[in-house]
Design a protein around this ligand. Structure first.
Ligand code: MRU
Length: 346
């Protein structure tokens, strides 16, 4: 089952509003640059590859309203300022700029829509290829595990269909294994504070993949107890030396996996690799609102988003949205071009 995370409808864009998932599946139509910038900033769309495609469509919406040089510059700057860590956003904007800047304003709107559509199509193809490369790794992991139980994988955050235009990145091998008839089970960590693990659980449920939701802090115990054969997560930016930024909590899983002797893989399209970034220390880490930690947020019965205060608004909070997993803890990086050792990217 695929989800229409983003789809062009003529001169508008329809997105699945991910702030209401997994309890309410509701699409929203976006008609302007400002609406797309808001959607990215507020995480109505999220996940590095989907953010990249969304930014490209944001430029297309902007070119429809004002295709002048000033309009193009404004669109690129507005979208670049929405979220800092996922490099796919900046990759997509650079691609749009390279295409559109040399064109006459009258040609820009049509060209921008076509390029955004192309980025979406390429993401779907990359997901498929990542799935096939990852499937080979899952098959050999299963052979090496020498147990009769279903293959036990663990993931973090949501790097599935909902984070992309297609099947996902970290979950693409899981879906490929499903199609190949491999018995499997996925450990899904909740991923506080935004709980993207709920999205992973929901999409695995929709695809009938056996899975279990765990608190983030349970991962170490499960790895220690030998209940996990392989960990696969997505990525938001991979530096030239293989250091990888992904949702906060990924690093702790990689440490526990190393201690337990469990392979730890990153799955991401090539557009997530930032060869201009030498190492993890150079990756900008998004610091999100303190209220994400002070409030518990969910949906009311009528589908409206509601928050409950759990701690005083004056409580000091540190809320980095991503962390860096050093290349030394990463077994391999699964891309649409094949599987690479972290040190092999350049
Ligand atoms: O903050 P988000 O939800 O946009 O986080 C990004 C992610 O979805 C994850 O970090 C994911 O593992 C990598 S993107 C497929």
């Amino acid at each position: 089952m695929l989800f229409e995370t983003i789809l062009r409808h003529g001169q508008h864009v329809r997105i699945l509003d991910q702030t209401r998932l997994p309890l309410t599946w509701q699409s929203v139509t976006l008609t302007s640059l400002e609406e797309m910038a808001h959607a990215i900033r507020s995480m109505q769309v999220r996940g590095a590859p989907l953010i990249g495609a969304s930014a490209a469509y944001g430029v297309a919406l902007a070119m429809q309203a004002d295709a002048s040089d000033a309009g193009l510059t404004h669109a690129l700057e507005t979208l670049a300022a929405t979220r800092p860590t996922a490099v796919n956003l900046h990759w997509a904007l650079a691609r749009m700029q390279t295409l559109l800047a040399p064109l006459a304003p009258a040609e820009r709107s049509a060209a921008a829509w076509a390029e955004a559509d192309q980025i979406r199509i390429e993401d779907i193809a990359a997901n498929q290829a990542i799935g096939q490369h990852g499937l080979s790794i899952l098959k050999s992991t299963l052979l090496e595990s020498r147990t009769q139980r279903p293959l036990q994988s663990m993931t973090h955050c949501n790097a599935g269909a909902l984070a992309t235009c297609g099947w996902g990145t970290a979950l693409a091998p899981v879906y490929a294994a499903l199609q190949a008839g491999i018995a499997q089970h996925v450990w899904v960590s909740e991923t506080r504070p935004r709980n993207q693990g709920y999205l992973t659980a929901a999409e695995l449920a929709a695809n009938q993949v056996p899975h279990t939701l765990i608190a983030d802090n349970a991962a170490g115990l499960l790895l220690q107890q030998g209940k996990v054969d392989i960990v696969i997560t997505g990525a938001d930016r991979i530096a030239a030396n293989g250091d990888t930024a992904n949702k906060v909590g990924t690093y702790l899983k990689a440490l526990a996996a190393r201690e337990a002797g469990v392979p730890f893989y990153i799955a991401a399209p090539w557009s997530t690799i930032d060869l201009a970034c030498p190492n993890g220390a150079a990756i900008p880490i998004e610091e999100r609102s303190a209220e994400e930690l002070r409030l518990a947020t969910g949906l009311l019965a009528d589908g409206e988003i509601a928050s409950v205060r759990c701690i005083d608004a004056t409580e000091a909070v540190c809320n980095p949205a991503f962390d860096i997993t050093p290349a030394a803890l990463i077994t391999g990086i699964i891309t649409e071009r094949g599987v690479f050792a972290p040190g092999e990217l350049v």
